[in-house]
Design a protein. Structure first.
Length: 555
């Protein structure tokens, strides 16, 4: 029950609405609402009759309530308590602090320093009964300290196993992929061995980065087994190590009945040999440059295969690759064709601009470049960049001893020949000789699902792993664990929605839940010791929000 409490600060009395909570076995007051000085309270009671309905304050309620309900359903705090070392700070257990961090990342990603300012605008302090003013960045740092990578893995695996026990998920088709996240960890900072410079997918090659490997399934659609590793390790190197993790960590993993779907960047001879040694089935992409003769198969020879209400042109054959016969599916992708065409035209424009600049340099009397024919020809070819671009330019050089001009023409026939032969074609390989072409294509098409997870982890409005303000390996791993934990809770909420006929994306679901607010009405009363009564009401919802809230209320 709420009550009034007075605190004295710098000679002034301030009043708070508090609720009692047992912390370390002792009853401790937890602040729910700050009322201010006695003058503020007197003004409240001296309202005119028309103000007798009381004062109002509205809090964001839907998202934090839904996430807490889902955490309770999967017994999240209990599981984390079993696998993390026990610690209490500011009245919160370690697992409670990590859950707060996860909810914060889901609803409004930001620094842990900004958590208190955000939390006071929600009903989260009331629901978990904690003093939001005490939850500083230092609180989170203390709670994150001492957690090992082994504890995080054990905790993640236990959560996944428990979820699999609640839901009928299928692990016969696993999807694996990698991504990376740039950080602002300074180059001289040696406290982080994870942050390295490498091929950054966001084009921030000037910054250090760390990488994340994730596995999921079509049914689950959340990171069921993740691994954080150094940012300078490529996919081919990490792939065999992660295969061992899959075998040890995925619930119900059986190589004989499991098919792994992954991107072609992980492929080399040794990795495919490891898959065979494990007896693990696979479907993956492979660069056509290793089987260039497949480019010569005319598009007219491809067959249309129905995949998810669309037709895919495909040519299937069996071919030996790295000493083993494999099922090869050469497919034609209109989307890939369009992307390659855009790249071709952009490269043509850029190369013509470079050649035009070279012409101006040739004509300039102040230019110091060598102007003999051979030097200009080498310079022109060096300026032409991009796939197949040198084949498209017919360059004409004027002048005998000294070059006086340069001109060029695009070889249209060669351009059309390259487009017809190379563009839009992609190679998939598999060991599933017993599967139909349609089943292989349908299974591989699920690869896009893991991209949804990565897209969410880079969504600046919800779930985002960035920005992260940690520069040690331990806290970086705990930070990512909290981010992915929030994504797991949201994915399960989305599944609950789908089971009730509501189809909605993760981000849109959190947006709708955030709009559901709880209004607190503060009324004068003689019915309790404080003389103040708080009534809580859910604000009016639209039809969609009401449908979502009905599902949340049933959890």
């Amino acid at each position: 029950m709420a009550s009034l409490q007075k605190k004295r600060n710098k000679g002034h009395d301030y009043w708070y609405i508090v609720e009692s909570k047992r912390i370390n076995g002792k009853p401790t007051p937890v602040v729910i609402q700050y009322l201010g000085t006695i003058e503020n309270i007197l003004n409240h009671f001296q309202k005119s009759p028309e103000d007798s309905q009381g004062e109002f304050k509205s809090y964001a309620h839907g998202a934090v309530t839904a996430l807490l309900k889902m955490a309770n359903k999967i017994e999240l705090l209990k599981i984390m308590n079993q696998h993390l070392t026990h610690q209490i700070r500011d009245g919160l257990k370690r697992e409670e602090s990590l859950l707060l961090a996860a909810i914060h990342r889901v609803v409004s990603p930001g620094s842990k320093r900004g958590f208190a300012a955000w939390a006071q605008t929600t009903t989260l302090p009331s629901l978990l009964k904690f003093d939001w003013k005490a939850i500083t960045s230092q609180h989170f740092w203390d709670q994150m300290d001492g957690i090992t990578e082994q504890q995080l893995m054990a905790c993640e695996d236990a959560i996944t196993r428990h979820i699999f026990g609640l839901y009928n998920f299928n692990v016969e088709k696993l999807i694996l992929d990698y991504t990376n996240y740039h950080s602002y960890i300074a180059t001289p900072n040696q406290k982080s061995t994870l942050a390295k410079r490498g091929h950054n997918k966001q084009k921030r090659y000037d910054l250090r980065q760390y990488s994340l490997a994730v596995v999921t399934t079509k049914d689950v659609l959340f990171p069921m087994c993740s691994h954080v590793y150094e940012g300078n390790i490529n996919d081919q190197t990490e792939f065999p190590l992660y295969l061992d993790l899959l075998k040890a960590r995925v619930p119900g993993f059986d190589a004989k009945t499991t098919t792994l779907v992954y991107d072609g960047g992980s492929n080399n001879k040794a990795n495919l040999a490891k898959l065979k040694g494990m007896g693990l089935h696979y479907i993956c992409a492979l660069s056509l440059s290793s089987c260039k003769e497949l480019y010569d198969i005319a598009l007219e020879s491809y067959e249309p295969i129905k995949v998810q209400e669309r037709e895919v042109l495909c040519y299937r054959l069996q071919r030996e690759i790295w000493g083993q016969d494999r099922e090869c599916l050469v497919i034609y992708s209109p989307k890939l064709f369009e992307g390659q065409m855009r790249e071709l035209e952009n490269d043509l424009l850029k190369n013509q601009a470079r050649l035009a600049a070279l012409v101006e340099t040739i004509k300039s009397e102040k230019s110091r470049i060598k102007k003999d024919r051979e030097s200009i020809k080498v310079r022109a070819l060096k300026d032409i960049k991009g796939h197949h671009q040198c084949e498209l330019f017919d360059i004409k050089i004027e002048g005998d001893t000294v070059v006086t001009d340069l001109s060029w023409q695009i070889n249209t026939d060669k351009k059309n020949e390259i487009i017809d032969k190379y563009f839009g074609k992609k190679l998939l390989i598999s060991d599933h000789q017993d599967w139909s072409t349609q089943e292989i294509l349908l299974t591989y098409s699920n690869q896009y699902l893991i991209e949804r997870i990565f897209r969410d982890t880079k969504n600046p409005h919800h779930f985002s792993i960035r920005p992260q303000y940690h520069w040690t390996d331990l806290k970086t791993r705990v930070h990512i664990f909290c981010c992915l934990l929030g994504l797991v809770l949201t994915a399960l909420l989305r599944k609950e929605m789908e089971d009730n006929g509501i189809v909605i994306e993760n981000g849109a679901l959190i947006d709708e839940l955030t709009k559901i607010r709880e209004c607190w009405v503060f009324k004068k009363t003689n019915g309790n010791k404080s003389g103040l009564k708080i009534e809580k009401h859910i604000e009016v919802m639209d039809v969609k929000q009401a449908e979502i809230w009905k599902v949340i209320s049933s959890l």
